[in-house]
Design a protein around this ligand. Structure first.
Ligand code: MIG
Length: 656
């Protein structure tokens, strides 16, 4: 059952594509209202709160404060209330079971037992929103309700399920060729290479640095022949430089975000002085989206949209102020307060909330402050991009993933989880975020494998890889000042190779389950509690279901030789060293300590379900996979019928 309640005058976000009739607010009996327009709910001791998509901490969100206000936070530590995206969806599961989707693009705060342990308080910067209430017996039906309103999840092309090697720092064709050569020489399959900032001329979007890539079209053709796709970054901002065609056009058409005087709002990002296209304005967003044609025309079909929270280093005003204030420290004796004041003054220039106050959008010919619509920025950028890409290539075979997102964007793009760290704890965070964003429809998602910041270690790289082989978006990405982390860097070549091969072996299963999840408004990665009723599963936050047949239990502790695993029903454990080298053991429901060496991954197959595996002997990329000759692994000898998707429509039933 779905109900809709309207508070104030909500902004139209476009999240909902199948709207329903409004209900009377008096029927929204689960919440009380505070004087300040917040919603209050008294949680029972055993209530679980799910949702909020890509946030830090647990699958159960109780015990912390989360804020929907898209930002670019530097390190994803536990005290962060905000990351890049706003997914205003929660489920309360306990004495009562219901979900809500709050459709508003301005700031929303979820105090989930942070101030008062039993109290859930949802407060609004602007109390104008549509609230959708979902009441169902099954958790998964609440997910389906949300998807019913907000539409089907985006399905990328098959090659996007291959492996993507990336690094902020790959400078030119020669460096990339070298990386590809190592993967090839080591028989490690690969489908994509990401291009980060350095492929551009001076950080200018939709330009190519001619020194580093003299003939991008020829290079792209060459790579495509080998089955490799280039995936360039697209930043949200445009360098403010006269004579740069994209800037000139943006200015001429008035397509920029404005300051309060209707002038271009100049802020500082990568290229220095920058303007943002006004993605909240459909015409402007479509104009920017049409520029992807510059890259599409050289044959590129994959993109990642970055910095679209938007991420702002400084504003002109703040910079001026800072220099002025800096001078007041000159010649003073820096005692404690002054010294820390000085550090703060400079250190707090980056990513300030007040920059958004300086920014305005043209919505229906009215100047609207960014804070009113803030959380839609990346969503509208990516939505328009996808629309224009589809139009230009006359097909929906494109790859697009974005850093910032909002419910609704799941129809046109995937997301990656941004700048994580090379920490074991971030393997676990990766797992939880995957389950959380699947609830809001972001099926094509994943984290930077091996971690973006800081130096990875060989064992961390291998353990992380053993999780990422199950993630639809599977990308190894790192920052430029870190240790190189391509999978051939750490010795143990066979172990890394075997895991990559295992991923490719699993692609027919992953791809098929992904498409089924999209078609059925289901999740691809699920917490155990979304499948099993037993109480014990509610506490399990370090194992997830992958598609209909598999449970995984990754290792996320350094030097661990195994881990505790909760088995929720009869399952066959497959201990894989490679797609062909594995041992099995049957388990019944219960708690077990299960060993797992550094070169092994554990996969648990549910009774009555099958998993298909492809042969990977001569597989260098997804194109080489034979989806028609698959082997099936399962719990017992009972015959299983498994439906494989050969493409987005064509299927094949495999019996085994
Ligand atoms: O300020 O393009 O999350 O993946 O490598 C950092 C450089 C800007 C942030 C992205 C990261 C990317 C980096 N970008």
């Amino acid at each position: 059952m779905i109900k809709k309640f309207i508070f104030g005058k909500p902004v139209v976000t476009g999240s909902i594509i199948n709207d329903i009739k409004e209900d009377n607010i008096s029927e929204l009996s689960c919440f009380k209202y505070d004087n300040d327009c917040s919603l209050l709910y008294t949680m029972n001791p055993n209530d679980i709160v799910y949702g909020l998509g890509q946030t830090v901490r647990g699958i159960n969100k109780r015990g912390f404060k989360y804020i929907s206000y898209n930002k670019d936070p530097s390190v994803h530590t536990e005290e962060k209330s905000i990351l890049y995206s706003s997914h205003n969806f929660i489920i309360i599961d306990g004495k009562e079971r219901f979900g809500i989707f709050i459709d508003t693009p301005s700031k929303v705060t979820y105090d989930i037992g942070y101030t008062n342990y039993d109290e859930l308080k949802i407060s609004f910067a602007y109390p104008n929103y549509n609230l959708y209430l979902f009441v169902e017996d099954e958790l998964i039906d609440i997910i389906k309700d949300l998807r019913h309103l907000t539409g089907k999840s985006y399905i990328p092309p098959l090659w996007a399920f291959g492996f993507n090697q990336s690094r902020y720092g790959y400078k030119n064709k020669e460096e990339i060729d070298e990386v590809i050569k190592h993967y090839r020489d080591n028989d490690m399959p690969i489908d994509m290479i990401t291009l980060d900032l350095d492929y551009m001329d001076n950080y200018k979007v939709f330009t190519i640095n001619k020194n580093n890539f003299p003939n991008i079209k020829q290079y792209n053709d060459e790579l495509l022949k080998q089955g490799i796709h280039l995936v360039p970054i697209v930043d949200a901002g445009i360098k403010a430089e006269e004579g740069y065609d994209i800037y000139d056009e943006c200015i001429k058409n008035g397509y920029y975000c404005k300051d309060k005087n209707n002038k271009p709002c100049i802020i500082g990002v990568w290229p220095g002085k920058t303007i943002f296209p006004d993605y909240m304005n459909e015409e402007a967003a479509n104009w920017f989206g049409s520029k992807y044609s510059k890259l599409l025309d050289v044959g590129i079909r994959g993109f990642w949209n970055d910095m679209n929270e938007p991420s702002i280093f400084y504003s002109e005003n703040r910079l001026k102020e800072t220099f002025k204030e800096l001078l007041t420290y000159k010649d003073k004796e820096l005692n404690r307060d002054l010294f820390f004041g000085l550090l703060d003054l400079v250190g707090s220039i980056d990513q300030r909330d007040d920059y958004f106050e300086e920014m305005y959008h043209n919505i229906d010919n009215k100047l609207v402050n960014n804070n009113v619509v803030h959380n839609m920025f990346g969503y509208k950028m990516s939505e328009a991009a996808s629309k224009q890409i589809k139009k230009h290539i006359n097909s929906d075979d494109y790859l697009l993933f974005s850093r910032s997102s909002f419910i609704g964007m799941h129809r046109s793009a995937g997301i990656w989880f941004g700048d994580n760290c090379s920490w074991f704890s971030h393997i676990l965070l990766n797992l939880k975020q995957a389950a959380n964003v699947n609830m809001t429809g972001f099926l094509y998602s994943g984290a930077d494998t091996c971690g973006f910041r800081y130096d990875v270690t060989p064992d961390l790289a291998l353990r992380w890889l053993q999780l990422s082989i199950f993630m639809p978006l599977f990308r190894n990405h790192s920052s430029r000042d870190t240790r190189n982390q391509e999978f051939y860097r750490f010795g143990m070549i066979d172990s890394f190779k075997n895991m990559l091969k295992l991923r490719y072996s699993l692609i027919p299963y992953i791809y098929s389950e992904f498409i089924k999840a999209s078609i059925n408004d289901d999740m691809f990665i699920k917490p155990l509690s979304f499948v099993y009723k037993d109480e014990r599963c509610k506490d399990v936050e370090d194992q997830v279901m992958v598609g209909e047949s598999i449970m995984i239990a990754p290792i996320y502790t350094q030097n661990a030789k195994g881990r505790n695993v909760y088995i929720p029903e009869d399952m066959m454990m497959y201990r894989f060293k490679s797609p062909t080298d594995y041992k099995t053991k049957a388990y019944t429901k219960g708690d077990y300590y299960i060993e797992c060496n550094l070169d092994e991954v554990l996969l648990f197959v549910r009774k009555g379900h099958g998993v298909v595996l492809a042969n990977t002997d001569n597989v260098r990329c997804t194109r080489d996979l034979d989806f028609k000759n698959l082997k099936m692994i399962k719990y017992d000898d009972n015959q299983i019928e498994y439906i494989v998707y050969l493409d987005k429509e064509k299927t094949l039933t495999i019996s085994g």
